[in-house]
Design a protein around this ligand. Structure first.
Ligand SMILES: [Zn+2]
Ligand SMILES: [Zn+2]
Length: 186
């Protein structure tokens, strides 16, 4: 097994195929094709099926991988493997009950992750400052905003805001509590 985060497109494809073989799903992963998409907007991955040849291609979005990092991106791979499983078994795939049951069975996210809108934002606490950068990943400034990080414009403290829930935090403890409270809605 390779370790560390892939840094090239070829590296990501090889690692994804290697990872797929470790997922406990009754799917012939050796038959899958893998490809990178540079252009997909909003979708971290997709699964293509050619009904004539039976060829199944898992397409991974490079920018999404760059934003999520490997540890989160494996969720996207698992999600697409469920589509691949449906295509291989049933010749069709969607987000129906069968999909959800299988996704739950291998601990895959039920929904295709989107990635163009940052999940998080850092918000300066100074009311006269409009510094508000987006963040996609739980990087250290997100996990530990109190670890000597500050607004990139004026140097004030900032809060981290989880956009869909509106939840905010300013400390490492606050991050842990938010993460726990949000659970699958993270
Ligand atoms: Zn999907
Ligand atoms: Zn500021």
């Amino acid at each position: 097994m390779t370790t560390g985060e892939p840094t090239t497109r070829d590296g990501l494809l090889a690692r994804a195929a290697e990872y797929a073989a470790t997922v406990p799903i009754d799917l012939d992963v050796a038959q899958l094709e893998w490809a990178i998409s540079e252009r997909a907007r909003r979708r971290a991955g997709c699964c293509r099926y050619d009904a004539d040849s039976g060829e199944i291609t898992v397409v991974l979005t490079w920018d999404a991988y760059r934003e999520f990092g490997w540890d989160e991106f494996v969720g996207t791979i698992r999600h697409e493997l469920v589509h691949a499983w449906e295509f291989q078994r049933f010749g069709e795939s969607g987000h129906g009950d069968r999909f959800y049951r299988k996704a739950d069975g291998i601990d895959a996210p039920r929904h295709c992750r989107s990635f163009t809108d940052g999940r998080l934002e850092l918000v300066c606490t100074d009311e006269h400052c409009d510094w508000r950068p987006e963040r996609h990943r739980a990087s250290k400034p997100v996990r530990q905003p109190d670890a000597a990080y500050q607004c990139g414009d004026c140097g004030s403290e900032y809060v981290v805001r989880h956009r869909t829930s509106g939840r905010t935090w300013r400390t490492a403890d606050g991050y842990e509590r938010a993460r726990e409270a949000l659970g699958d809605d993270w």
